[in-house]
Design a binder for this molecule. Sequence first.
Ligand code: ATR
Length: 279
Amino acid sequence: MLTGAAKIAGVMGWPVSHSLSPRLHGYWLREYGIDGAYVPLAVLPEKITEAIRGLPALGFAGANVTIPHKEAAFAAMDETDAAATAMGAVNTIVVRQDGTLFGSNTDGYGFMESIRAELPDWRADQGPVLILGAGGAARGIAVTLLGAGANEIRLANRTQKRADDLADLLGDAATAVTWEDRAGAVDGAALVVNTTSLGMTGKEPLEIDLAGLDGDAIVYDIVYTPLETPLLAAARAKGNTGIDGLGMLLHQARPGFEAWFGIRPQVTAAQRDFVLGAK
Ligand code: ATR
C-alpha cells in the first residue's frame, strides 16, 4: 500500500499501453517492499516537453521515456550523461533536488548487461559486429559497443542512406554494407545484432543466410515478441548462442529504478516470467 510519502515515477510513451515497464518496475517495488509507484503516462507527441517539464512540479522522482519521445526528451533536459549525449536520445529522467532534470540513456547499458548475464566473460572487442538496421536502436547499440572497445562495426540497412549516415556519424570503425550483402557481412563477425522490427509478431521474418556464421559468434535479437524469433531459432539450430531482447528491456530499467527508489534491483528468472505473464 502507498503512503503519502510514496516516491512516484512512470513511463511516458505514445501509445504506452503496450509498455512492459510498469509491470517490470512494479515487480521490483513489490519484491523490495518499497513505498513507491511506477505508472504508465500516455503523452501525446506535441505535449511531451510540457509533460516532462511538469515532473518537478508534480513531485515525481523521475520517468522513463519511450517511443516516440526519446529525442524530444533529450532536448528538454538540463543536463545529460555521456551516453545520452552521444545518442541524442534520453530514456531515463531523474528529477534532482533542485528541480532540474538529468537525462541518461541506459539502452546500451541494458544491451551489454544482458549479454554479460548470459556470457560473463564476453567483451566488446572480441571481433567484428554486424548490426542490421540503422534507426535509433542501432545507433544506441553501435555507440555503446564502440565506447566499450569494439573495433569494427558493419551496418546493413534496407534504406542504404541511413546506414551510410550512421557509419559517417560513428567514424572510422564503422562501415556500411548493402542490405543485399548482409549475409556476406556475417563472415567473421563475433556478434550479429538485429535492431530492425523484422521477426516481430505480425511482421515478416528477417531473411539472412547464417551459413558464414562463426561457431562461437553470438546472435542477438532486440525483438522480444516473440522471444524466439526465426533468426534466433536459426542461430540456435546451428549451435550458436542466441540472446533475446527481453534481457535488454529488464537491464536498461535498473539504473532508473535505483535513482528513483534507492535500491539497485536484480534481474531474475522469476521477474522475467512475471513480466512475460502480462501478455
Ligand atoms: P528504432 O528507432 O526502434 O530503431 P526505426 O528508426 O523505425 O526504429 O528503425 C526501424 C529499423 O527497421 C530500420 O532500420 C528499418 O529500415 P529502414 O531504415 O529501411 O526503414 C528496419 N525495417 C523495418 N521494416 C523493415 C523491412 N520490412 N525490411 C527491412 N528493414 C526493415
